[in-house]
Write a protein that binds this ligand. Structure first.
Ligand code: BJW
Ligand code: ZN
Length: 257
């Protein structure tokens, strides 16, 4: 076995509690584009035009068109071996999955893993919301919403059933606060974890990128899975420079705990 993988498995074997922090890279092998990097979404679109409350106020039709396109793209994707390995690990071990991803693939992998059995004890903590929910721009209404969105004009965009204001995607944009309960559960899990496994994130967006720091500050270790270096790499006790779908199953397979 590769020395890096052996070291990483050893770290996990000695851990009672584990927290995972994942980002777009974990879904790359499922066909979901990442944000940054050569083929990332931000190469062809500017985040300030699409992923801020100001952008939605300025042009809700354009923003909904983009989110509608991403919904269709993600709906055609399936969990990959990394999602499935993490789901299996979370069902067997004391582990919490925290994700920045809005694609729902971790949840789908978990639900597939428990098919026919009782529902999983906990679902992933989704720091940045979900592509398949909406919230009202005026009242508290929020709901699951995975149907098609007609972004042909302002008049055809989805409206709130309670107050008729525009609905918006149920995601967290730049400059917006994350759900305080979700955030607090993520940081608590990170503080209590012996190991934080960070998979497929550039670790530049905060407060998500601070989750592994909470593990380190509480005396735990960080293990990174990413083909490229990140600001977290220098703090990691073990690093696997490989695509998540290839290496995460080997990392988490039976025997690593
Ligand atoms: C693979 C792979 C393979 C490829 N296998 N790996 C502290 C310091 C500086 C700034 C701030 C700070 N605190 C807050 C801020 C401001 C801001 C921020 O962080 N800005 C920085 C970018 C500078 N943060 C916020 O605004 C947040 N809100 C907030 O803090 O509220 C409080 C507040 C309010 C007002 C003022 C100030 C504070 C909210 C952040 C919301 C982020 N939203 C997005 C869009 C979500 C909706 C959507 O999807 O449309 O979330 S942006 C985008 O980035 C998305 C992602 O979740 C997020 C992180 O990206 P991620 O997942 O890391 O993806 P990539 O593409 O960056 O990286 C992919 C990685 O995978 C790469 O490393 C590849 O190498 C790797 N990879 N293939 C494994 N096969
Ligand atoms: Zn409303």
């Amino acid at each position: 076995m590769d020395a890096g993988l052996a070291r990483a498995r050893e770290l996990l074997a000695g851990a009672d509690r584990v927290v995972f922090l994942t980002g777009a890279g974990v879904s790359a092998e499922s066909g979901v584009p990442t944000f940054r990097g050569h083929q990332g979404l931000w190469k062809s679109c500017r985040p300030q035009d699409l992923a801020t409350p100001e952008a939605f106020r300025a042009d809700p039709r354009l923003v909904w068109e983009w989110y509608g396109w991403r919904r269709t793209l993600v709906a055609a994707c399936a969990p990959n071996p990394a999602h499935r390995a993490m789901a299996g690990f979370c069902l067997d071990r004391d582990a919490t999955l925290v994700t920045q991803n809005v694609d729902g693939l971790h949840t789908r992998a978990l639900l597939e893993a428990v098919e026919g059995d009782a529902p999983p004890r906990t679902l992933p903590l989704t720091l940045h919301g979900s592509l398949f929910t909406v919230k009202c721009t005026s009242c508290d209404h929020h709901a699951h919403h995975d149907g098609p969105v007609d972004a042909a004009s302002l008049e055809t965009l989805p409206r709130c059933p309670s107050c008729a204001a525009l609905l918006r995607p149920g995601v967290v944009w730049f400059g917006e606060s994350l759900d305080p309960q979700v955030l607090s559960r993520a940081f608590q899990a990170a503080q209590e974890a012996d190991v934080c496994v960070v998979v497929g994130t550039s670790a530049v967006v905060h407060p998500a990128a601070s989750v592994p720091l909470a593990t380190l500050e509480a005396g735990g270790r960080v293990l990174e899975v990413n083909p490229e270096p990140t600001p977290l790499s220098g703090m990691a006790s073990a690093i696997l420079r490989a695509p998540a779908g290839r290496v995460v199953p080997d990392l988490l397979e039976d025997g690593a705990g």
